[in-house]
Ligand binder design. Structure first.
Ligand code: NAD
Ligand code: TYD
Length: 352
């Protein structure tokens, strides 16, 4: 039996990774460690929370004493680390929180793993989930490869770059078995409606303005979140110690083109006349230091480990829209803040 500690499992990507592992590996024990910040939502996991191979622990990765004790008590075989502050706009207004969780939190986990697994590093793995934003911004052409030099611009990407460096330093210095993956922008169900796609869906549904930063010319490379979770599963089980993989869907979209596609889908789904949703598009002041373009070359992952994305973008976007329209209660709980009452009821005994 393998015991895997997944951090940030109540968040957007983490909940998909937890679900995949709980369902695919009934003989693994999956522990979801999450602080339940504004981005952590246990309603994301109601379908699997009763599974015999799943447990939730509420905790903060920056609390070094708690993390050390957790490793001593649980002695996990491996860590898949997703817990992070993840929103670029929030990092611009509050960078320190990003340093605390993304840098200090990651080092706190590395230290606990180093101490707990000493003498047995070859039988344990620390998998760090990171972003393509560490590579900086591209011009009109080119793609990020695993050899692209780090050049982060936002406080978010600077904190993720720093955490990546620490993870590699623990491999090079102490011999910890680490793996890192750097993924492009994800989309899909359970995405917190502060990020572009779920925010736009929610605003279009409610006839509110859809804010597009600057001229909407920035390009992002979008990947279906369940394809990311599958890639993590593949890399976790097959990568060599110390290796890095880029993950992406070869799916570049200018923000404004993406929003027009989404508006067309929403018009169809909501029975509106063509162009009704697009009338909500509102150009707003650009994000400070806004990276122009991201594009991921994931050929190493495709060639070495046989992973390919499963969904075409338009199909994925339609599935995403359907999910949000069919899960109004989830959306209302999130936008009203009521989702936080759920864990208070369920996990009261964990509160100090
Ligand atoms: P998210 O914001 O939806 O979820 C983050 C989770 O981490 C939440 O459940 C939150 O409660 C938890 N968390 C935050 N601080 C914590 C702390 N101090 N201790 C314990 N738990 C804490 O983020 P996401 O979009 O699911 O991203 C997950 C990971 O994937 C992050 O490391 C992010 O950098 C990376 N990533 C995200 C994307 C993307 O498009 N969203 C792309 C590439 C990589
Ligand atoms: P976001 O979803 O925040 O992801 P990231 O900043 O990590 O790429 O933003 C995706 C793109 O959409 C990015 O270029 C910023 C832009 N954007 C808007 O134009 N309007 C918005 O309201 C948001 C949240 C983002």
């Amino acid at each position: 039996m393998k015991k895997i500690l997944i951090t940030g499992g109540a968040g957007f990507i983490g909940s998909h990774v937890v679900r995949l592992f709980v369902e695919k590996y009934p003989d693994y024990e999956i522990i979801n460690l999450d602080k339940l910040t504004y981005a952590g939502n246990l309603l994301n996991l109601t379908d699997i929370e009763q599974s015999a191979n799943y447990r939730f622990i509420k905790g903060d990765i920056t609390d070094t004493r708690f993390i050390r004790e957790l490793f001593q008590v649980e002695n996990p075989d491996a860590v898949i680390h997703l817990a992070a502050e993840s929103h670029v706009d929030r990092s611009i207004s509050n960078p320190m929180e990003f340093v605390m969780t993304n840098v200090i939190g990651t080092v706190s986990l590395l230290n606990a793993a180093k101490e707990c697994w000493q003498g047995n590093y070859d039988r344990h793995r620390f998998y760090h989930v990171s972003t393509d934003e560490v590579y900086g911004a591209l011009g009109e052409t080119g793609m990020f490869t695993e050899n692209t030099a780090y050049d982060p611009h936002s406080p978010y990407s600077a904190s993720k770059a720093s955490s990546d460096h620490f993870v590699r330093a623990y491999h090079d210095t102490y011999g910890l078995d680490v793996v890192i993956s750097n993924c492009s922008n994800n989309y899909g169900s359970h995405h917190f409606p502060e990020k572009l796609i779920p925010l736009a869906i929610n605003n279009i549904k409610n006839n509110k303005p859809v804010p597009v930063y600057g001229k909407g010319e920035n390009v992002r490379d979008w990947l279906w979140v369940e394809d990311h979770a599958r890639a993590i599963d593949t890399i976790f089980h097959q990568a060599k110690a110390g290796d890095t993989y880029n993950i992406g869907g070869h799916n570049e979209w200018k923000n404004i083109d993406l929003i027009h596609l989404l508006c067309r889908i929403m018009d169809e789904k909501l029975g509106r006349t063509a162009g009704e949703s697009a009338a909500l598009i509102t150009y707003v002041t650009d994000r400070a230091g806004h990276d122009l373009r991201y594009a991921i070359d994931s050929s190493k992952l495709q060639n070495d480990l046989d992973w390919v994305p499963s969904l075409q973008f338009e199909e994925g976007l339609k599935k995403t829209v359907n999910w949000y329209l069919e899960n109004q209660e989830w959306l209302e709980n999130v936008t009203s803040g009521h989702y936080q009452d759920y864990y208070k009821q369920q996990y009261e005994y964990n509160e100090q």
